[in-house]
Design a protein around this ligand. Sequence first.
Ligand code: ADP
Length: 292
Amino acid sequence: EDYSYSQVLFRNDPASKMGLVKIHFPDMNSYIYSSVRFVIPSVIFTLVLLVTFIFTIVVIFRQKRYTEMRNDFINNMTHELKTPIAAAYSAVDALLNYRQGEDPSKRAQYLQLCLDQLSHLSGLVEQILDMSLERRRKQELHREPVSIRALFERLTRLYSLRAGRPVHFLTEVVPPDLSLQADPELLSQAIGNLIDNAIKYSLGEPEITLWAGCEGAFYAVTVSDRGCGIPSASVGRIFDKFYRVPAGDRHDVKGYGLGLYHVRQIVERHGGRITVSPRPRGGSIFKIQIPK
Ligand code: ADP
């Protein structure tokens, strides 16, 4: 396009007939583009810088959170480790130095206490060792048919005993003789952890429903409770290592944020997945899906 502008120069001087300025741009668009061309790369560059900066900030905050969770874990664990050591220490001390060993019933009582504390201690050490992925990876998966009904029966008996309060279990397996190809020990650990949480995070007498069946190409196992539920902001993170739902100043439920992490590891090693959803009238539903 052709752009021309003209302007009269000496408006108040009728004598002058020559005062006219004409400006002519043969191609104005190309003139504008050529001056803008240098701005575009700098805008793009600024955007790239901004995105990189935001990304870095997000990574730093994530690392910070992770470090905090790890420190919490170390503090809790150290505290937990000290307790059984102190108890066993004082029992042995009493036996050796205060002649408590001369009375056979006292001796048996003290030795039993030592034994209990040592087995508690070895359980804790086992938990710490389990954390290192190397060890988990080395452990081979021994798949074999696992009868779900038998597994449910064993776990409900075990966890009812452990809970120390009445727990109501409802189990359903369709078909009743359902068995799935999995590592029996690991599968039992995974479902056991879910049951353990269902009890831990329910007040009073927990009501827990265990269900297993087929869903398309998957075997599915669900563990549902009527407990405190999981805030939607935490749902995406409860399967992370060390993550615990923040509970303010309450420390009534013990844990290290590793249970669900292990469950996810186990399920993923079987090629499956784990999800959680809120239960309509309160509580949570954890679902494990393992491909057939
Ligand atoms: P923890 O040792 O803290 O129980 P987990 O990895 O087993 O660690 O669980 C992570 C967090 O998820 C817990 O701190 C708890 O807040 C939440 N959670 C797990 N299971 C349940 C459940 N059944 N009901 C409510 N909250 C749960």
